[in-house]
Design a protein around this ligand. Sequence first.
Ligand code: KG4
Ligand code: ZN
Length: 357
Amino acid sequence: MTLLALETSCDETGAAVVRDGKILANVIASQIKLHAEYGGVVPELAAREHLKNLLPVARAALREAGVVPAQLDAVAATQGPGLGIALLIGFKAAQAMAYALNKPFLGLHHHEAHLYSPWIGGLAPGPSISLPAEGQGKPSLFADFAEFQPNVSLIVSGGHTLLVLVTSELHHRVLGGTIDDAAGECFDKTGKLIGLPYPAGPVIDRLAAQGNPTAFDFPRPLLHEPNDDFSFSGLKTSVRYFIRDHPALLDDRQKVCDLCASVQAAIIEVLVKKTIRAARREGVRCVTASGGVTCNRALRLELARACAAHDLTLRLAKPALCTDNAAMIGILAERKLLAGAPLPALDAEINPGWSLA
Ligand code: KG4
Ligand code: ZN
């Protein structure tokens, strides 16, 4: 089965071609530079960029995969959640392609797709990734996926922080989520207070590596609450007051590194401890993580340490597949088709506020 998948929920225009659990091509046009000037994603600009880049990106994915549209068995796109006018571009384009080819169309939940990205193997990191011809890549992802169900999955991005229990393939239950800011938003907003460019997450990651994570003490919100929810807006506010009270600190490079390391340590401690606690309570053997914040090196390291200490297997999405991409949409679409999941009507609409159940 060969599928084309499109992803335009936020600021990455993605197209991927998937066949039999393998990624034949995964092309991404990132808009990060465009939005950096505004300190955040501007929905109208994102939609215009998607419109400009979608067909070139889709053509590039088909070319890399060596697939022509007539060979496609289905077309899939992200249906939600995301920015409405951004989602519309990929979703409507995929619907039109499916209609023109007279093939099934699948509209998928972006976070459900994130649950599968840690299982995608055989890809080298990079903005545009392709595998050699079919059969030469690594084994298809579901070889070991089956072995590690149920698992507890952490999804951490700029828009979401979720803990999900994946009970079996295509079945899951949300354990908790953020009640205010997402973890990535906390990285980006505290970075802005420190004077760092958007998105600040990767910059804080780099500066924190040269800083002392115990230099300053910031709150660990909801860490001791007996639930799987997160809250990061109070942490951001305490950084705001800290900077207000110590303005000279921002002129000292080492202190800025210490501040980044201390903020990062607070975010990571909450994410890691709550993930491990949920995994132990649910009695799973495996923890997975994906979403842009999973690129963070200290988070990867701390998750690895904590999982090793509790005899849990850890599967982290490869950095290139942590951030938004169409490969995860294609992989999920293929599994849904194979499982005979009901298809949405060809005139289905986007669902920008769709929550994962
Ligand atoms: O998944 P993603 O590409 O987009 C969505 O928000 O859906 O995630 C982007 C987020 C941003 O908040 C960015 O600052 C954060 O992921 N991020 C990081 C790192 N790389 C990206 N945060 C911390 N450390 C990183 N290395
Ligand atoms: Zn995402």
